[in-house]
Each structure stands twice: as structure tokens, then as C-alpha cells.
Design a protein around this ligand. Structure first.
Ligand code: NAP
Length: 293
């Protein structure tokens, strides 16, 4: 990178410090809200049991309690119909006590993800998955942005790097991570390339990774990004979460990538912890938005 500061290689971008800063502010605001006789409330719904979701739910619950946010989970059986799920969401949308709602993915195959996510009241959509909130992200205005994308941008900013004009490559184009991260980084005036399965199939993925001054990966395939592809001094943000041999790993070959990167996020302990902190931040934002209405 052409930064005038010489940055040593392999610095770890741990999420904990950033997460603690966000949560300290959230806890203060939750306290202030409680002094007015109200309590922030985050509701989550899971349909069927998914081991990765269970881990995520437990960490959300722990962080919410610590921050002073009520947190509850509705666990539905895997054969719950789409109609029943939509009617539960509709009643949560109307419930003035509940400020935030997450419907955990994956849903069983007989349920259409988009119909479910798009039925959430945008003012309670703390994951930022509704057309309203994605639209606001693109066009501007009040809305709730996707937490993982917020975490990715915050981790990059924490390095002190000037993002403007940088070559950024994002691998993975999901509605919840890759797409919103691309939009946020465009807003920072980065030059953004977005890679997906077709990029890989055409054999162009390696070159896009080699070009990246800032690399963001959110695919869900361990070892997809080879360490030797990383540009000298690049910032590497690995949002992937995979279980290999009972251990959590990202999508980037960590050890060899660390030798070349200036900064790299560990998995676990990188993007994930900051994402959960932003979920709590968004719950408070959602509550403020509802109270203003
Ligand atoms: P997703 O919806 O399955 O999207 C995966 C994306 O990767 C798609 O855009 C897909 O391309 C692309 N892709 C698949 N194979 C590829 C390949 N060989 N080369 C290039 N691109 C490829 O997944 P997601 O929900 O975004 O999650 C991605 C990963 O991030 C998962 O490991 C998930 O667990 C993790 N995650 C982490 C957090 C966190 O807080 N740290 C939060 C959410 C997700 P197409 O669009 O062409 O199919």
C-alpha cells in the first residue's frame, strides 16, 4: 500500500476492543432508556435447530443481558408452515414492547426466506434485511444497516487507513454481508470490485484478490482464498465462519495470509464479535426510531 507509514506485517485486527467500545455506549443508552420506565427488547425466532445458530443465539443472549437489553427466542419446530411464521412476525410487528426482531437463517426449505425477511417491520429490522432498510442504505435517509457490513467497515477504519480511492475486493455477494459492505465502502469512495461464484468459475477470483489493497471475504468456504494471493500489506477482513475438524475457521488461509497482510481479522474473534455489538446498537437505534414515530 502507498501509505506513508510503514506498517509491520501480520497485525491482528481483534474485534473485542471495538465491540467493547460499542457496547459501553449501548449499555449507557439502555440505562438511560430504563430511567424513563422502558426496556429495550430484542426478539429472535428460530425455525428448527441448527448447531451454528445455537452458538450465535447463545452469544447474542449473553451480550444482550450484559448490555441491559431484554432478549428472548421463540423456537419453532422445523415443520412450522410459512403462514404460521408470517402470522407470528405480524404479531411481533404490532407489539409495542418488542423493539427488534431477527429471524435466524437458514429456514427450512419449504419456507421462502425473502417473504419472511421482507415481512418484518423495517423499524424492528435490526439486521437491515428489508427492502426499506437496504433502499435507505443505497439512497440515504433513516434506516437500520446490516450489522456484519457495519462491523466490516468499522474494522477497516480501525486500522487508520484512508479508504478513499483504495482498491477493495469483496468476495461474496449476499444481501446481508457482501452487497451492503460494497455499498458502504463505495460511500467511503473506495474502488470496489465484487466477486461471486461466476468470478470463480471464470478463473478470475485470484486476480481480483491479488489486486486488493483491502480484501473482504464472506463466502462460507474454508481455504477458498489462498494466502499466496494476498497483496503485500493488504488489509484482510475474513467474515467467513466454517467448522473444520471441530474448530472455527474463516474463508482465508490464515497463516500464509497473515505473513503478507498488514492487518488480518482472526476467526473467531474478528468480524463476529463486532457484528453482535452492532446488533445491540441497532436494537437501541430501532427503539429510538419507534419512539420518534
Ligand atoms: P451466502 O448467502 O451463502 O453467500 C455466499 C456468497 O459467496 C454468494 O454471493 C456466492 O456467490 C459467493 N460464493 C460462493 N462460492 C464462491 C466461490 N467459489 N468464489 C467466489 N464466491 C463464491 O452467505 P452469507 O450469509 O453472506 O455468509 C457468508 C459467510 O459469512 C458464511 O461463512 C457465514 O457463516 C459468514 N457470516 C458471518 C457473519 C459474522 O458475523 N461474522 C455474519 C453473517 C455471515 P453467488 O452469489 O454467485 O452464489
Amino acid at each position: 500500500m502507498d501509505s506513508p507509514t510503514i506498517v509491520s506485517r501480520g497485525n491482528l485486527l481483534r474485534g473485542k476492543t471495538i465491540a467493547n467500545g460499542i457496547l459501553e455506549q449501548v449499555t449507557k443508552e439502555a440505562c438511560e432508556i430504563k430511567s424513563r420506565g422502558l426496556v429495550p427488547f430484542l426478539m429472535t425466532i428460530e425455525v428448527g435447530k441448527d448447531p451454528a445458530t445455537e452458538v450465535y443465539l447463545e452469544s447474542q443472549r449473553r451480550v444482550a443481558r450484559k448490555a441491559g437489553i431484554n432478549y428472548e427466542t421463540i423456537s419453532l419446530s422445523s415443520n412450522t408452515s410459512q403462514e404460521r411464521l408470517l402470522s407470528i412476525i405480524a404479531s411481533i410487528n404490532r407489539d409495542k414492547i418488542i423493539n427488534g426482531l431477527i429471524v435466524h437463517m437458514p429456514l427450512p426449505a419449504h419456507i421462502d426466506n425473502r417473504s419472511v425477511q421482507w415481512s418484518i417491520n423495517p423499524k424492528k429490522d435490526v439486521e437491515g434485511v428489508t427492502p426499506h432498510n437496504i433502499g435507505r442504505l443505497v439512497l440515504g435517509g433513516e434506516g437500520l444497516a446490516p450489522c456484519t457490513a457495519l462491523a466490516i467497515v468499522e474494522l477497516i477504519k480501525s486500522t487508520g487507513t484512508d479508504i478513499r480511492g483504495r482498491e477493495v475486493t469483496i468476495v461474496g455477494y449476499s444481501d446481508i454481508v457482501g452487497k451492503p459492505a460494497a455499498i458502504m465502502l463505495l460511500k467511503e469512495e473506495a474502488t470496489v470490485s465484487i466477486c461471486h461464484y461466476a468470478t470463480y468459475e471464470r478463473g478470475h477470483l485470484e486476480q481480483h484478490v491479488r489486486d486488493a489493497e483491502i480484501l473482504v471475504v464472506a463466502v462460507g468456504k474454508p481455504g477458498l482464498i489462498k494466502g499466496e494471493w494476498i497483496r503485500e500489506g493488504a488489509i484482510v477482513i475474513d467474515a467467513g465462519i466454517n467448522t473444520v475438524g471441530g474448530r472455527l475457521v474463516g474463508d482465508v488461509e490464515y497463516n500464509s495470509a497473515r505473513d503478507k497482510a498488514s492487518y488480518i481479522t482472526p476467526v473467531p474473534g474478528g468480524v463476529g464479535v463486532v457484528t453482535v455489538a452492532y446488533l445491540m446498537r441497532n436494537t437501541i437505534e430501532a427503539m429510538h426510531w419507534q419512539l420518534r414515530a
